[in-house]
Design a protein around this ligand. Structure first.
Ligand code: CA
Length: 513
């Protein structure tokens, strides 16, 4: 049998409505043995799950990703967690906040869950009707806690306490919506106009951060003015610390989904962090604060004896928002948030579980946000809980994380730009059919002013990038690499066929999307 190869090897079907996966038998055996060892040590009590999701923080911001002190904000706590766990270099979010967050919680692509861009200022629509990781873990006996930014719909049935969380303490939307119209630097024409201020105040969006318990209505904690906003990450961290202390020694496992306010624009760091970074810049001061928060949550787990029982994942929901530079993250990749260039969707991802995930691993295997749901369910002993009544794009990556030198179970990453299929990655190659670009048809601006304001470029024959030789996606390699073309086109075709209505198996899906 030939050696495994991420392009040449075949995937296997894992379910009727599931993305096919690589199954590495030796990795699966090693992971299964580790999980059996955990059960031997802990009895029937399942592991806890802590997901720390940051906002608009870039692939390159943390020291362990080559940023840190080199870009004006050291991140010793995150770096330490990465050394004690696993650092993924090819983890993928979706291009912006809401699609990414919904994908993480449902295991499904935005084209399936329908949240294709962030809802703003009380727009209707959200996570209602989807099955979340929180609901599935709750069914498996977990206490489920959501803290911080939600941004998956403000309407009642899309709120966290109605989609699987026992408790929610945070805000329903996104940082800038609470403050941009209050800041005379950004919005003088609103701040200095009584009529416009009242007009915004009367718009039907929730202007507070709130508390809610399962099945109930949200209760206002405080209106999110600029001074209140600057304190949110501290208040939310304190709430999560209290939760972790309360859970220590309890019978039930828990899932804490901790979403930071930072470092989404506009950053108003807490007064204790103003000027704390060598850069002295609000974005960088916020990174220092976020790193402290990771350190505090890990310290509570350690102090309360829960660290070995807890899977920790630290990541960010999309790449840098370059339209607000310099209040923006750092990425070494092309373009920014809002795009399907690597800069928009390649995010930092650190996974730690002492004694279960080998320390010091760095791996470039593909890992998608939609993989979190099936992976966590397997680690939680609830693999069978993955929904079967709808298509789940996520792949169980538990053997990738747990086996020594485990290999990714994912062959393809699919990039979607709203409702347009944009690109496919397989191995080190990325086949791109369309993308956001500058308003001049050019590859010149590699960094991209971003993101949301570019024009839609369609590449009739597709472009092919080698992400190892050309991580900034500047040189289409297609014409020298035609041997890959049919395999890549086939990957696209199979993916698009997964959206075909039932009983239309002969539907011809072209690439002209
Ligand atoms: Ca975001």
């Amino acid at each position: 049998m030939a050696d495994f190869d991420s392009i040449a090897s075949a995937t296997v079907a894992v379910g009727e409505r599931r993305e096919p996966a690589f199954v590495h038998d030796d990795d699966v055996a090693a992971a299964t043995a580790k999980l059996a060892g955990f059960t031997d040590r802990h009895g029937t009590r399942r592991p806890n799950v802590l997901v720390i999701l940051m906002d608009d923080v870039g692939w390159g911001d943390f020291g362990c990703y080559g940023g840190g002190v080199a870009v004006g904000a050291a991140t010793p706590n995150i770096d330490s967690l990465a050394r004690r766990g696993m650092l993924l270099t090819s983890a993928y979010s979706e291009p912006s906040c809401t699609p990414s967050r919904a994908t993480l919680l449902t295991g499904r692509l935005p084209m399936r869950h329908g949240l294709q861009r962030p809802p703003m200022y009380g727009e209707p629509g959200g996570l209602e009707g989807e099955i979340t990781l929180a609901a599935l873990l709750s069914d498996a006996g977990y206490v489920t806690q959501c803290v911080g930014k939600w941004h998956l719909g403000e309407n009642r049935d899309s709120q966290p306490q109605h989609v699987g969380f026992d408790d929610f303490y945070g805000f329903l939307s996104v940082s800038d919506m609470y403050t941009e119209w209050r800041d005379p630097y950004f919005f003088p024409e609103i701040v200095y106009s009584r009529a416009r201020t009242e007009w915004v105040e009367n718009q039907a969006f929730n202007k507070s951060f709130v508390h809610a318990t399962r099945g109930g209505d949200v209760e206002e904690v405080a209106e999110v003015t600029i001074p209140v906003l600057s304190e949110l990450d501290q208040r939310w961290c304190a709430y999560s610390e209290a939760f972790l202390r309360r859970m220590a020694g309890g019978e039930e496992p828990w899932f804490l989904y901790h979403n930071t306010r930072g470092a989404h624009f506009d950053n108003y760091p807490h007064e204790d962090y103003l000027g704390r970074s060598p850069a002295k810049h609000p974005y960088k001061d916020t990174i220092i604060e976020l790193d402290d928060i990771v350190g505090r949550l890990v310290a509570v787990l350690e102090e309360t004896g829960q660290l070995d029982d807890t899977i920790i994942m630290v990541t960010s929901d999309n790449g840098p928002e370059m339209e607000t530079w310099p209040d923006a993250a750092y990425t070494p990749f092309r373009c920014a948030k809002g795009s399907t260039w690597e800069g928009g969707v390649r995010v930092p991802f650190v996974a730690s579980w002492p004694g279960m995930i080998d320390a010091g691993r760095v791996d470039d295997g593909i890992f998608d946000f939609n993989d979190v749901l099936p992976t966590v369910l397997t680690l939680a002993g609830a693999a069978d809980a993955v929904p079967s009544d709808r298509f789940v794009d996520g792949i169980d990556q538990s053997s990738f994380l747990l086996a020594p030198q485990g290999r990714s179970n994912r062959k393809y990453h699919y990039y979607w730009l709203g409702q347009s299929f944009s690109a496919l990655r397989c191995g080190e190659y990325k086949f791109m059919l369309n993308a956001l670009g500058d308003d001049v048809v050019s590859q010149g601006d590699v960094h991209g002013t971003g993101g949301f304001s570019g024009v839609f470029h369609k590449f009739p024959y597709g472009k092919l990038f080698n992400l190892y030789l050309d991580p900034k996606e500047q040189h289409s390699y297609m014409i020298r690499k035609l041997a890959y073309q049919q395999a890549l086109v086939g990957g696209v075709r199979n993916h698009l066929m997964s959206f075909a209505p039932p009983n239309q198996g002969k539907l011809v899906v072209g690439l002209n999307v």
